[in-house]
Ligand binder design. Sequence first.
Ligand code: ACO
Length: 329
Amino acid sequence: MTIKLPLHSRITGTGSFLPPNRVSNAALAERLAADGIETSDEWIVERTGIRFRHFAADGVTCSDLGFEAAKRALAAADCDPQALDLIIVATSTPDMVFPSAACMVQQKLGVHGCAAFDLQAVCSGFVYALSVADAMIKVGTASKALIIGSEVFSRILDFKDRTTCVLFGDGAGAVVLEASETPGILASELHADGRYVDILCVPGTVAGGHVLGDPLLKMDGPAVFKLAVSVLDGVARSVLAKAGRSEADIDWLIPHQANIRIMQSTARKLKLAPHKLIATVDRHGNTSAASIPLALDDAVRAGTIRPGDTVMLEAVGGGFTWGAALLDL
Ligand code: ACO
C-alpha cells in the first residue's frame, strides 16, 4: 500500500474488558478487617468516588485482559487483525519482565510480523501510546495500529496498606487507530519530571534470581493529588491551543480515572459543564493505563460519546508523567 503524507490518524473502534470478579468497598473492607486493617465504604467513596473495582483471577495476565479488549476493538473497527502493522500495550504490570505483553497479545491474535512493544508511563501510558502511534502513522511507519492499556494492578498492591490498596483495580481498554484522510487525533502533548520518582513507585527489581527491594506499590497520596491538580488543566489548554480549539469545543473530558475529586477539579478549571466529565472511577477504580480506554469504550458503547464528538483525554501517573490528547471521534 502506498501511503501519501501528510496523513491523519483516527480511532475507528474501541473495546474493553473487565475481569468478572467485581469487588465492592464493603467486600474489600471485610478482607482487610481479617488482617486488623480498618477501612469503610464511606471513607473510600468520600475521598475517591470509588465504589467497585475488578480483580483478575490468579493466573490471568495483562496480555489476557488486553487480548479480550483488543478483540472487541478490532470487531468494532471491522479490522482484520492480519492488517495490523503496529501493536502497543501501555502497561506497568506486564506478564513477564520480557518479552513484552504486546508480543503476547500479537501471538494470541494469531498475527505475526507487525511491530509490537510495551510502553511504560504508568497511569499516563495510554495517552503516551496514542501519541506515539499517531506520530508513527503520520510519518508513514504504520497505518493500522492497535493500542491497548491493560493492567493487573492487584498483583502489585499491598493489602496491608489501606492508603493504596483500596484505590486500584484490573482491566483493559483498546482502540484501533488508522491512517485517515480526515483528522482524528488533533493534537497531543507529553511530559515527565523524574524528580518525583519516589512519590508513586514500585521500588523493587529482579536481580540474581530474586526480587530485590519492595515489589509492592508505594504512594504519597497527598503529594500525587497536589501535583495532579497542578498540571492537568495546563496540559489540556496547551493541547487545545495546538489544535486551534478552545474549551468550548470540548464535548467530553475523559481524565485518567484516579480520583473523582481530581477529575472534577480539572473539569471545573477548564470551565466544563459537569455532565461533560466521563467518570467510570466509581465502577472500575483506578486501572492505571487501562482507565482512559476503558472509560472511552464504556461511553461509546452507552451511546454517550458519538461519532464526530470532540474528546479531551488527559492523564497523570508515576514518573511523574502527564499528558493530554484532543481528538475528533
Ligand atoms: N480507610 C480509612 N482511612 C484511611 C484510608 C482508608 N482506606 N486511607 C487513609 N486513611 C486515613 C489516613 O490514615 C489518615 O488518617 P489520620 O488523619 O488519622 O492520619 C486520613 O485517612 C486522611 O489521610 P490522607 O492521606 O490525608 O487522605 P486524603 O484525603 O489525602 O485521601 C487519597 C487520600 C485518596 C489517596 C488522596 O490523597 C488521593 O486521591 N491522592 C491522589 C492519589 C491517586 O489518585 N493516586 C492514584 C495513582 S496516581 C495516579 O493515578 C495519578
